[in-house]
Each structure stands twice: as C-alpha cells, then as structure tokens.
Design a protein around this ligand. Structure first.
Ligand SMILES: [Cu+2]
Length: 192
C-alpha cells in the first residue's frame, strides 16, 4: 500500500507539471501566433449563384503589400478565374473574379502574417450560376505567375494545384528528414 501511495503522488505530481507546461506553452503559442483567416466570402463549401469578388478577412493587418499576398481562384477545368491581383487593405484581401461553368472551384491563398510568417489555405466552394468567363490558363496577376505555372504543371500529374503541391512536397521533405534522422541514430547506436 505504501509504495502505491508514493507512486500515486509521483503520478499526480507529473500530471500537475505536465498541465503547467502545457499552459505555459499554450500561452506562448497564443502570444506569438500568426494571423489566421477569420472569415471568407465565399466561405468553405458555400454554393454561390453569382460571384464578382472574393473577400478574405484576417485576424490582423497583413504584411507584404507588394506581391507577398497571393489569391487565385481555380475552376473545375483547372483554369484561373481571378481577373486581377488581390488587393490588400489592412486585414482584408479582395480579389475580382469572373467564374466560368458551374462546378467545384477553389480559392487558394497565401498571405504574409503580421509576424512575418507565411500562412496559406484553400477554400473550396461551388458555383451554380451561369458562366461569365472562359478563365485563363495562367493567372492575369503577374506576382501570382509562379503559383499559376505550378498549378498548370500539377494538373498533368494529379490535378493538384500549386499551393497544395507545395504543401505536399513540404510535408514529404519533413518526413524524409525524419526518416534520415532515425536511420542515422540507429546506425550510431549499432556502432556504439
Ligand atoms: Cu507566425
């Protein structure tokens, strides 16, 4: 019984320490957190009958007025339906659009958070309205050209858009580095 009580006290102590550390880390994370998307029009999964502008509202004023913030709209045919570059005003990015045939579209965005960190996301939505544009193979926005080219190339390989492909490649690199570290550590352990 005595040793069990000691064990319980140790466990209770560990739980308290873990809780305190979590609270401290959580607080630090909240204090240094980068900006997040608060709301968007269209919102994720929304069906729109007509759309002339995409609007993204962030939790704080973004940085990178010149080309750092990119927003594109990719249609069911993989073409671009943004008609200009995104415009930044404080914490809001707006993008003029003219959609094509009804179907599944996605807003893909990349923004420079007020803490300097890049943030990005994809917002899928559905258009039910009549076509107002045939779209473009590349983005009419020059600063989004890189994203546009990657997007077009990705269509051939698996239909992934540029930002998605970037995220997947980034994740792949992280996994590879992790595997390498494990292999190196195992090799060292065997040698030792
Ligand atoms: Cu950040």
């Amino acid at each position: 019984m005595g040793s069990r009580n000691v064990l319980r006290r140790v466990l209770a102590g560990a739980v308290v320490v873990a809780a305190a550390m979590t609270a401290a880390l959580g607080g630090a994370t909240a204090a240094s957190a980068h900006d997040s998307l608060v709301s968007s029009s269209p919102s994720e999964g929304e069906s729109v009958a007509a759309l002339s502008e995409v609007r993204l509202d962030f939790s704080a004023n973004l940085l990178g007025a010149d080309g750092g913030n990119l927003v594109i709209v990719v249609g069911p045919d993989g073409r671009h339906y943004e008609s200009a570059c995104a415009e930044l005003a404080g914490s809001t990015l707006t993008l003029p659009v003219a959609l094509g045939e009804p179907g599944e579209y996605s807003v893909e965005w990349r923004a420079v958070s007020s803490d300097g960190h890049p943030v990005s996301g994809v917002i899928p939505f559905t258009s039910t309205g009549a076509s107002t544009s045939i779209g473009a193979e590349t983005s009419p926005c020059a600063s989004a050209a890189g994203v546009a080219e990657t997007s077009t190339e990705a269509q051939d390989t698996g239909g992934m858009s540029g930002l998605t492909l970037g995220l997947v490649l980034g994740g792949g690199v992280v996994v590879l580095v992790g595997v390498l570290i494990v292999v190196i550590l195992r090799t060292r352990t065997r040698e030792g």
